[in-house]
Design a protein around this ligand. Structure first.
Ligand SMILES: Nc1nc2c(ncn2[C@@H]2O[C@H](COP(=O)(O)OP(=O)(O)OP(=O)(O)O)[C@@H](O)[C@H]2O)c(=O)[nH]1
Ligand SMILES: [Mg+2]
Length: 391
């Protein structure tokens, strides 16, 4: 599957940069392309120059906002982010049009954080513009949710998240939910290592996008997972997970996996890897709420047998009884067994509901604060009424 990837704001731009790296890796390691163009847009010029892999020219690193923001961001005011995105949407569409071999693109992926200003505000706006301009291609979005400490200390990050989620969900074909906090659960050093988190966010897409682009027969599985399968799966609220298990490097001579005990242990390993993928989902959710799901099993050809694929499919079926489940296998020698899983069309997401509820109760508080500020300012002005003005 081939994507056009567009990162919006600081977080979006950096995660898009990781996708550009994935594409370079696919080209050098596998001789295939999974991305036709990567763009980063921001109101902040410094953030754009900090990227490493997105092409450096102004049509790939797109500065929006002009005089309204002066190249310095929108300081978490996502209404302003939305406004400048409306003003400059054509700039982004024009840039997309420069993509060489654009016609090969299967879908768009737009990425932003929800808690900031530029990305949060521009994500729904640009999604809507691209959908209107390219009616035949699905537009998927990826929304990165704030860390817990940000939610606890900044009401605005919750409000921004709620407005971004509501607006994006109403226009995008699917919304990948990514919880920043999940990535530091196991390794707290990651809190200061956003670039490591960004790499972990992009990684599950590597095999998933590569599988359908393989040209060599030996890398084409018994059941090829291609763009069509993925596009049939992605609808509404969506999460992605990735699990991996190392395989023994040395095999005994004559070992042809005929031994039923060995076969049993391969199946066991497959299920364990699927279980890892489910535990590592990008957002905590209830798999029972998924109405669609897809999994890709990647392993060296000799470690792939239909039983393993069937067993892990049965295992997933047990977790998501109401989902239409699609699947594929991808023979790639890598010394490991990998499972990528997507749960989509989630009928309920507790975390999203929480943002909506908290944010609704914040609105009267914000209003009250604004009124108090206005009253205080008026009082100062009042006391200055007998002072002569210099203007
Ligand atoms: N995973 C990840 N999260 C990030 C990164 N940079 C910022 N964030 C998160 O994104 C939110 C802040 O949004 P930014 O993307 O910095 O904001 P912006 O879109 O540039 O908007 P303004 O700076 O307000 O104009 C916070 O929740 C951060 O924790 C990043 O590189 N990776
Ligand atoms: Mg910024």
């Amino acid at each position: 599957m081939k994507l056009v990837v567009i990162g919006l704001g600081q977080c979006g731009g950096r995660v898009a940069d990781e996708f550009a790296k994935l594409n370079n890796r696919a080209k050098s390691q596998r001789g295939i392309e999974i991305i036709t163009g990567v763009f980063a847009t921001n109101t902040d010029a410094a953030d754009l120059s900090g990227l490493t892999t997105v092409k450096r020219d102004y049509q790939h690193r797109i500065l929006i906002g002009g005089r309204k923001t002066g190249g310095h961001g929108v300081g978490k005011i996502n209404e302003l982010g939305a406004e400048v995105a409306k003003d400059d949407a054509d700039k982004i569409i024009d840039a997309i049009r420069t993509t060489k071999r654009f016609y090969e693109t299967d879908a768009f992926l737009l990425i932003a954080s929800a808690g900031g200003g530029t990305g949060s505000g521009s994500l729904p706006v640009i999604t809507q513009h691209i959908k209107a301009r390219y009616a035949d291609k699905p537009v998927y979005t990826m929304v990165v949710l704030p860390f817990e400490h940000e939610e606890q200390t900044e009401d605005r990050s919750i409000y921004n998240t709620a407005t971004c989620l509501k607006s994006t969900y109403s226009v995008a074909d699917a919304v990948f939910l990514i919880e920043n906090q999940r990535y530091i659960r196991k390794d707290s050093s990651l809190v200061n290592n956003l670039s490591k988190i960004n790499a972990l966010i992009a990684e599950p897409f590597y095999n998933l996008l590569c599988a359908g682009e393989e040209k060599k027969t030996k890398h084409i599985g018994a059941k090829l997972l291609d763009a069509g399968d993925i596009m049939q799966t992605l609808v509404g609220w969506t999460v992605i997970g990735y699990g991996t298990s190392a395989l023994p490097l040395i095999r005994m001579p004559g070992d042809r996996s005929r031994d039923f005990r060995k076969k049993g242990s391969e199946t066991q390993k497959g299920i364990q890897t699927m279980d890892n993928a489910i535990s590592e989902l990008s957002l905590r959710c209830n798999p029972e709420d998924a109405r669609r799901a897809i999994y890709l099993f990647t392993a060296p050809a000799r470690d792939t047998n239909v039983d393993v694929i069937k067993e892990i499919g049965d295992y997933l079926r047990g977790l998501c009884p109401e989902a239409i489940i699609r699947n594929g296998d991808y023979p790639r020698a890598s010394g490991s067994l990998d499972v990528t899983v997507i749960l989509s069309e989630l009928s309920d997401v507790e975390k999203v509901r929480d943002y909506y509820i908290k944010s609704t109760s914040l609105i009267p508080q914000f209003k009250k604060r604004a009124e108090e500020t206005a009253t205080k300012l008026k009082a100062i002005e009042e006391t200055s009424k007998d002072i002569p003005s210099l203007l």
